[in-house]
Design a protein around this ligand. Structure first.
Ligand SMILES: [Zn+2]
Length: 474
């Protein structure tokens, strides 16, 4: 076993080094939640104590599968550093933005506008490569590919594939171009023509997937999986298709840890589509706690629109099952509370039982009976936050586990709150985030209205994606 390995949270299998993306035991309909997750040997690797480089893929290089693979196969630190810097430069050439530590700052303008008596901080991803956090996820994958190809661990001629019509596709096309690899992008027929234009300019090969009448399931996902079956690399930000994509996103979590280790925030609000960003943040804080870098992990709040909330539904089912199984549970222990205050109280109770057998039993059940908790959202997805309308949360179990362990809970938000969050960011800050990128802040707005933000707390939101229409006008 190497210093960094990929382990499946569903079946426990360790992935072979030439296929760290999707669990090989995954079978259609087996109802096991196969998602690979990067596990480090804590005794042989440490969180970098000092900030030595603004490029997160240099700063946190030793915490990656790619770096450890290179070292174990005899590449020197200098060779690996050179390769990382070279790829980072090519990204900057393609995108005119480079990977650098993203700003994390208090946003007093919003505190004032909302008359908060607690602190609000924002990590601003709108100037990240390709205009969102997605490029972080995929850069980690590309570094792995470059090193694995150099070592002949995997063949160099496999194309990349992704199913997306938004920020993930743009990020994938930028990183693919920087890595000089062909990429197939599967988009729906209704994809935004401007994004399609950009993808074509970046050299991506587009496939428009028609949704046949009355068919269930997304035709883009089906076509993407077909391409992967033919040998393409799943260059996806969805943990179930590519567990390694979580690792690159963890660099954002590490940056938060490094900036706030001495006084960790009380809450982190993360918008949830496929779940990769929240999963990455949770894992970064969990590792930091295991290393003794931080004394506690902030409460995690996963924010979804009430129009598409499969993660909220899964969390409520997990929690109901745990509650019925706790010692002294009453006959209605499995009752699912409807109001936010009761959900918050139950979450606080659960945190006290996070290491109990009842929690472990239910999480095990969830990992092996996925369809009882997570299935595609039935209603037609619609929201101004169109980037988080994934009908399933692919990385759901890691996020549910993280919320239970920290006393956090999911928050669903209305269109009105999403609009209020976007409007407030626009008027009270100079950050050009779009509605999807502000969705975590809508979660803050809901807790504020419910009176659940306590005085003197510190909350962090991630403003994840730039408003491309406003950006284009400048
Ligand atoms: Zn598995």
């Amino acid at each position: 076993m190497g210093i960094a390995t990929m382990i499946c949270g569903g079946c426990g299998a360790e992935a072979p080094i030439d296929d760290p993306f999707r669990c090989r035991n995954a079978r259609e309909g087996d109802d096991i939640d196969h998602v690979l997750s990067r596990v480090l040997d804590d005794e042989n690797v440490a969180f970098p104590g000092e900030q030595s480089d603004a490029n997160p893929f240099i700063q946190y290089r030793e915490l990656t599968l790619a770096w450890q693979l290179g070292r174990e196969h005899g590449l020197s630190n200098e060779e690996l550093l050179g390769l990382t810097r070279e790829l980072s430069e090519r990204v900057a050439d393609v995108d005119n933005r480079r990977f650098t530590r993203t700003p994390l700052a208090r946003i007093a303008g919003i505190e004032e506008a909302w008359e908060l008596d607690s602190e609000l901080w924002a990590k601003d991803e709108t100037n990240n490569v390709s205009g969102s956090h997605k490029a972080r996820h995929l850069m980690g994958v590309m570094l792995y590919l470059q090193i694995a190809e150099r070592l002949s661990v995997i063949p160099a001629d496999r194309p990349l594939a992704i199913s997306s019509c938004g920020n993930a596709a743009l990020a994938a096309a930028v990183i693919a171009k920087a890595g000089a690899k062909p990429i197939e992008v599967f988009v729906p027929t209704w994809a935004d023509p401007e994004i399609v234009d950009r993808l074509e300019t970046l050299g991506a090969r587009l496939h428009r997937c028609v949704r046949p009448p009355e068919s269930r399931g997304d035709p883009c996902t089906a076509a993407f999986r077909g391409a992967v079956g033919q040998g393409a690399i799943p260059f996806s930000c969805q943990g179930s298709d590519n567990g390694l994509a979580i690792e690159g996103g963890m660099t954002l979590g590490y940056e938060m840890v490094a900036a706030m280790a001495r006084n960790p925030p009380d809450r982190i609000f993360v918008q949830i589509g496929g779940g990769a960003l929240a999963s990455a943040c949770i894992q970064a804080w969990r590792e930091a706690k295991a290393w003794g870098i931080v004394s506690r992990i902030p409460r995690i709040h996963a924010v979804q629109t009430e129009n598409t909330a499969p993660l909220d539904r899964a969390y409520q089912r997990v929690v109901a099952r745990i509650s019925a199984d706790l010692p002294g549970a009453s006959a209605n222990g499995a009752h699912i509370p409807a109001d936010l205050r009761s959900i918050a109280e139950r979450a606080r109770t659960l945190r006290g039982h996070a290491d109990s057998r009842a929690v472990a039993r239910t999480l095990r059940h969830a990992a092996t009976h996925r369809s009882e908790y997570m299935w595609p959202w039935e209603a037609a997805p619609e929201s101004i936050a169109h980037g988080i309308l994934d009908d399933e949360t692919y990385d759901w179990l890691a996020v549910v586990r993280g919320m239970i362990a920290t006393g956090g809970y999911p928050i669903t938000v209305s269109e009105e709150l999403l609009e209020e969050a976007r409007r407030t960011v626009r008027s009270a800050t100079d950050i050009l985030a779009d509605a999807t990128g502000c969705a975590g802040l809508a979660g803050v707005a809901r807790l504020r209205r419910a009176g659940l933000l306590e005085a003197d707390e510190r909350s962090v939101v991630l403003l994840t994606g730039v408003d491309r229409q406003v950006e284009d006008r400048r």
